[in-house]
Write a protein of this length. Structure first.
Length: 138
């Protein structure tokens, strides 16, 4: 089961058409990813102290339904480790009535902050600093 966090659409996030601005979908996705890392016991300062940091290499969004002021959504996040330096994050933004508003797919990695290169095994790097690696599917 994917991890998820609730978010309510706020007025300052709307565009001229009265729906959620396209860039805010990415902010919602980012928020869910950080909340998942937090749930796994990996705070940002803990990663920095370990000399690593997450990076998004590529991201696609499939917009399916508009979101408006006051809409309540759940933003899910599921990490998919398949070996190699790159892993995927699959996310959905879903209204409380189960209407899917957007799907986000991201290719990501873990950056070695000193070498400025992706680590060879991102799952192992995260597992080493996580209090609850199972939250990440590790």
């Amino acid at each position: 089961m994917a991890f998820s966090v609730p978010i309510t659409v706020r007025g300052y996030e709307l565009d001229i058409n009265g729906h959620l601005n396209q860039a805010v979908y990415l902010q919602y996705a980012e928020h869910a990813r950080w909340e998942l890392l937090k749930a796994a016991g990996i705070a940002g300062d803990k990663m920095v102290a370990a000399g690593i940091g997450p990076v998004v290499l590529e991201q696609t969004i499939k917009y399916q339904r508009e979101l408006h002021l006051g809409d309540e959504v759940m933003v899910s996040c599921e990490f998919e480790f398949t070996g190699g330096k790159i892993f995927r994050m699959r996310q959905r933004i879903v209204k409380l009535d189960s209407t899917v508003s957007a799907e986000i797919d991201a290719a990501s990695g873990i950056l070695d902050l000193a070498a400025r290169k992706l680590v060879a095994d991102p799952g192992a790097a995260l597992r080493a600093v996580a209090d609850s690696p199972g939250a990440l599917g590790l």
